[in-house]
Design a protein around this ligand. Structure first.
Ligand code: MIG
Length: 713
């Protein structure tokens, strides 16, 4: 890897340890460079078969060719195919082809990636600055470029284990009673669940770090009561600080000059949920320390998880925008004459009222060790640095404790201290399909702990869509159902009895697989290898390159979700070897079948999902619990299709930081002799493993089941 430095870039914090040597203003091998007054343009000639991957949270598929993308974090509630930016920016791509290369442009402003859109053979990257770093990888395995990028940017965030449970959200559960009701519904109906969310209505007048006392009379007691039932309560945190005298966050921020300003140094004003607000300047360490400390108001009441929203930062409008619109409307009214053409211009202006680029260009920030800088140039850092404020705070004050933290906006590097969710999708089948690609794409850049709003956020969810989305969700590390105000409720019991029963089975499947899914998360994080991978990550056959609606989870699982309405099955391509197909209806029922490599059409009615276990690999299961930290089942089931030798490594950590220290390991090797198996078991830190009994369910090539019991001593 080489570092090329252009101009004098600010330190974005994306890279944890900067390489000592860098090349200044040199040609980047393979890329033609063109400098214009404000931009630097890099052009790369793509071969016909080159595949371009990366960019993380973006529209489009896994292969990014044929499209344009812009890194400029945007609060965007309409994820339609024409969109060029979403909430996060991860300006890193890998070109897989005759010669593999990777390029990471560490610049947190606007970059335009034209990946064979204007000219099918040309990759053109337009960086809207002259000050940035470029990291370049060449002549190594393309998979290793991803790993090297993750090492460079500090690895992967590891949440607490309970954050792998099912989570229920809604905009909003507005008071303590409604949350209690939701919680008891889960327990009454026997549906496992670990977390319930508070959206903006828990606050007093949307003032961040306040709690409405009427709706939550004794918040601390309330948190404790929920915890006793195994629920974590997760409040939303928005960055905009309401301008209101006497409000402590506003007063402290104003007094200490903690807010972003305009060009003249006056605190910038933006309207968001609370009305007029100031935006904290998270580029400054003193501000981050202050902000991190504000979370204590919740932490001391027992809160262990947060979601940061609106941190692109979203701006409903500014007084400047409002005045412009009023002026034009008034002019139109005064002349009592709106020509069509003016109307279109007016509509356009009103539509661009929200999150206007002009507003971002008039905000100024004051980073440490650096001069005042226009926000527009570091726009994509805002959410990442907001999450950093929290992360630095808890690392300093609770070095061993793991908190759940995920953010809407993100930048390269923030994957080491926070997760993300994919923002305001809709209850559309297209968005279920998109979330498959999003899981792969976000995992490729290290956001293992991420996921879509299951069931869809906007629009009204239908039962079938919810069930298919939950089935995919079993393999999404962040497994959260969330929906918007004014949409149909989509808690599992809001539909019919059949939907409720199927969804219970799906969520119980997640909990039964949890030791394995979590173990794989830890293992892949420790290696800096993406946890969720496209098929072509490890299977080289041509066909795999075409498949973006199946994925691999870790070592042993291939997942092929059904994502179309009224489908009772789907086509599946299985690479390389035999696969053990588990048509899961419930975790305890084993409907297993051995399939050969190649194309298959497989039945998959609504109450089933397709899980494939790779030949000569194993998975682990246990009886599901109501919530993750409940009394632990003592039996672990190990299953798979073993025709020669197979091994499995189940990791159980202590739920603390540093994540990989003192881990307990259960390692099993299975060797097949005709119709018998030789089983070897090894453990590390045995006393930390909860299981006493192992039940082996081993299948042979004919799909015949042989069961073996072992005591784990
Ligand atoms: O302007 O807090 O993406 O998850 O429910 C909308 C209300 C603000 C956007 C988030 C969504 C959340 C909603 N928020």
């Amino acid at each position: 890897m080489k570092l090329f430095r252009f101009g004098s870039p600010i330190d974005t914090g994306a890279v944890t340890e900067k390489p000592l040597k860098y090349l200044q203003n040199e040609e980047i091998h393979g890329f033609r460079q063109k400098k214009t007054k404000n931009f630097l343009i890099l052009r790369y000639h793509l071969e016909k078969d080159d595949v371009v991957m990366g960019l993380g949270e973006q529209m489009g598929g896994v292969n990014k060719r044929g499209r344009k993308y812009i890194t400029y974090n945007t609060d965007i509630p309409e994820h339609t195919p024409d969109k060029l930016s979403l909430y996060g920016s991860h300006p890193f791509i890998v070109i897989k082809g005759r010669s593999n290369s990777g390029i990471f442009i560490d610049y947190p402003g606007e970059i335009i990636f034209d990946i064979g859109f204007t000219d099918i053979d040309i990759l053109e990257i337009t960086i809207t600055s002259h000050d940035f770093d470029v990291y370049l990888w060449q002549n190594i395995r393309w998979q290793d470029i991803f790993t090297s990028y993750l090492e460079l940017t500090g690895g992967v965030y590891i949440p607490p284990k309970w954050a792998f449970g099912y989570q229920q959200c809604r905009w909003s559960y507005p008071d303590a009673n409604s949350v209690t009701e939701i919680a008891s519904k889960f327990r009454q109906l026997g549906i496992p669940c670990d977390a319930i969310y508070l959206d903006i209505d828990y606050m007093q007048d949307y003032k961040v770090f306040t709690i409405n006392k009427e709706r939550f009379p004794d918040f601390g007691k309330f948190v404790k009561k929920l915890a006793d039932d195994g629920f974590h309560l997760i409040p939303i945190i928005d960055p905009g600080v309401k301008i209101e005298s006497g409000y402590h966050v506003y007063e402290e921020g104003k007094k200490n000059k903690y807010f972003c300003t305009d060009a003249k140094g006056i605190n910038f004003e933006a309207t968001v949920w609370p009305g007029l607000t100031h935006l904290p300047d998270f580029s400054n360490e003193a501000v981050r320390t202050w902000w991190g400390n504000l979370y204590e108001e919740f932490i001391k009441l027992g809160i262990e998880g947060f979601w940061n929203d609106m941190n692109e930062p979203a701006i409903f409008y500014t007084n400047y925008q409002k005045a412009e619109v009023y002026k034009n409307l008034k002019e139109a009214a005064d002349n009592d004459k709106i020509e069509d053409i003016d109307l279109i211009a007016l509509q356009w202006q009103i539509r661009n009222f929200h999150n206007s680029r002009e507003d971002y260009q008039s905000i100024y920030q004051h980073p440490d060790n650096s001069e005042t800088i226009c926000h527009d140039q570091i726009h994509n850092l805002y959410g990442a640095q907001m999450a950093l404020a929290f992360s630095d705070h808890v690392q300093k004050h609770y070095p061993e404790k793991r908190f759940l933290i995920f953010s809407r906006s993100s930048y390269s590097g923030s994957q080491r201290y926070a997760g993300i969710w994919y923002g305001d999708n809709k209850s559309w089948w297209q968005h279920l399909e998109m979330s498959i690609k999003m899981l792969i794409n976000c995992n490729l850049v290290g956001y293992f702990y991420s996921g879509a709003d299951i069931g869809g956020f906007g629009d009204h969810c239908q039962a079938e869509l919810l069930l298919r989305w939950l089935q995919l969700g079993v393999f999404s590390p962040l497994f959260r159902n969330h929906s918007a105000i004014h949409t149909r409720h989509q808690e599992l019991w809001e539909f019919d009895k059949k939907t409720l029963n199927i969804s219970r089975n799906i969520i119980r499947l997640r909990y039964s697989l949890l030791p394995w899914l979590y173990s794989q998360f830890l293992e892949y994080a420790s290696m800096n290898v993406p946890l969720i991978q496209p098929l072509f990550w490890s299977f080289e056959e041509e066909r795999c390159q075409q498949i973006e609606d199946e994925f691999i989870y870790g070592t042993s699982l291939l997942i092929a979700p059904v994502y179309q309405p009224n489908a009772t099955g789907r086509n599946v391509y299985l690479p390389d070897c035999n696969w053990l197909l588990w048509q899961v209806r419930s975790w305890e029922e084993r409907k297993m079948q051995v399939l050969t490599a190649g194309d298959h059409y497989l039945d998959c009615p609504l109450d089933r999902q397709l899980v494939f276990i790779k030949e000569n690999s194993l998975i682990a299961l246990q009886e599901p619990e109501d919530h993750v930290d409940q009394i632990k089942p003592d039996t672990l089931f190990i299953t798979g299709l073993v025709t020669s030798t197979a091994s499995i490594k189940v990791l159980a950590d202590q739920g603390k930081y540093p994540a990989f220290a003192g881990m307990a390991v259960l390692e099993i090797n299975v060797e097949c002799f005709g119709n018998d198996y030789n089983i070897k078991i090894k453990t590390v830190n045995r006393e930390l493993l909860q299981w006493q009994n192992l039940i082996f369910e081993l299948y042979n090539e004919q799909g015949k089941l042989i069961v073996k019991h072992r005591k784990l001593l």
